[in-house]
Design a protein around this ligand. Structure first.
Ligand code: GLU
Length: 418
């Protein structure tokens, strides 16, 4: 989905929400000023030799938002619509996400403006290595630790870890997370965003007395997060009635088997046309009569117009920034429980944190151990946010921002920054 010029600016939305939290917490407004911009923003441009012999110049960014709680942490996005404000917003959300989960990490984010679907494997490797060379001075296990995001994956992380290790002169696996298992990746990392989201959904359903057995679910986006959420919820007895991706959608009122759907998508490149399903658009998906909707694609999927039509009881934001501030207000008035991105999709960075700890100690955990600790941290974070939501009578998003901003502000205060 393209982010058009007229789309709401996610950076403005994040800044507004931070200001609101700072006011609600009665903190010094300087905290909001400080959290509204990254501490450091790096813009790079670098050449890549293409297969046809030509050279192309690509633009990349790394936003280091805040490191009061620990090293900057956050993914790298490869997408044609990547831009400076988007990367800044995403880095703010990383700081907040790490704080909500109680991780000793700050927030960062990177991006390269490119269309990875049009690059050959060799071009993608060249681009990944060139980007890392251009930001190598500002990243490192104790400084800033990247990870995967939209259209990047463990293989891209492996090339980047390898390039950084070459520059450094020794294996430096702790520089990046989301790596393949062969070179210091963590068990459970590839599924962590989806699995963490499912823990949050389970907690929300329990609070609202919605049984997961037979609960009806619609998933927008069938990538790393959406496909895992769909599969795990299906395993727990929920009914996945609709799935869309960037090319189209699939609907089946009796429920779709997410494993067959993933196989179909891997073969054809799309969920559209999967056997036994009828096509449906994103607009139709959001307007479905169902219990839970999971936006798992890009920013600004739920605009005010979309929110008007929503009939679900829970929205779990597996994507970053899928709901615009106007839409948020409409959903709040309707009484829809929105599990905000900085809580709902924090499972990814939580297991990235575990991966980093394993790299630094060079001692590796089993998948059971990883999943057990992930569950413990997600349940605790959900409870912290839910309690704030009840105590202060604010939305779950406002509550999550308040929990996060309070923790970051506490660290900044003792460090003498504010
Ligand atoms: N890109 C993911 C996110 O937005 C994961 C970041 C990480 O693991 O550092 O949360």
């Amino acid at each position: 989905m393209a982010l058009e010029e007229t789309s709401p600016n996610p950076l403005r939305a994040a800044q507004q929400e931070i200001r609101k939290a700072v006011q609600a917490l009665n903190l010094d407004p300087i905290v909001a000023d400080l959290l509204s911009e990254p501490q450091r923003f790096v813009e790079v441009s670098f050449p890549v030799k293409m297969d046809d012999g030509s050279t192309r110049v690509f633009k990349g960014y790394r936003s280091q938002h805040n490191n009061a709680l620990g090293p900057f942490k956050g993914g790298i996005r490869f997408h044609p619509e990547v831009n400076a404000d988007e990367v800044k917003a995403l880095s703010i959300w990383m700081s907040l996400k790490c704080a909500v989960l109680g991780l000793p990490l700050g927030g960062g984010k990177g991006g390269v403006k490119c269309n990875p679907k049009e690059l050959s494997r060799r071009e993608l490797e060249e681009l990944s290595r060139a980007y890392v060379r251009s930001i190598a001075q500002v990243i490192g296990p104790e400084k800033d630790v990247p990870a995967p995001d939209v259209y990047t994956n463990p293989q891209v992380m492996a090339w980047m870890a390898d390039e950084f290790s070459s520059l450094n002169g020794y294996n430096t696996f702790g520089v990046i997370t989301g790596k393949p298992l062969e070179i210091g990746g963590s068990a459970g990392r590839s599924e962590a965003t989806g699995r963490g989201c499912v823990f949050a959904i389970r907690e929300a359903c329990a609070r609202l007395s919605i049984p997961l057995q037979n609960a009806t679910v619609a998933v927008q986006g069938f990538g790393n997060a959406g496909s895992v959420v769909a599969r795990l919820l299906h395993e727990m007895g929920a009914r996945i009635i609709a799935v869309t991706d960037s090319t189209g959608g699939a609907y089946r009122s009796e429920g779709i088997d997410p494993i067959s759907l993933l196989e179909f998508k891997q073969q054809t490149g799309s969920v559209k046309g999967a056997p036994g399903t009828t096509p449906l658009s994103n607009e139709q998906l959001f307007a479905l009569e169902c219990d839970i909707i999971i936006p798992a694609a890009l920013e600004n999927a739920i605009t005010a117009a979309v929110a008007e039509d929503i009939r679900a009881r829970i929205i779990a934001e597996a994507a970053n920034g899928p709901t615009t501030p106007e839409a948020d207000k409409i959903l709040e008035d309707k009484g829809v429980l929105v599990i905000p991105d900085i809580l709902a999709n924090a499972g990814g960075v939580t297991v990235s944190y575990f991966e980093w700890v394993q790299n630094l100690t060079n001692y590796y955990w089993t998948e059971e151990e990883v999943n057990r600790r992930l569950e413990e941290m997600m349940v605790r974070a959900f409870q912290d946010v839910y309690q704030m939501h009840l105590d202060k009578k604010v939305s779950m998003r406002d509550a999550a921002y308040m929990v996060a901003v309070n923790r970051i502000a506490g660290a900044m205060k003792v460090r003498g920054w504010v």
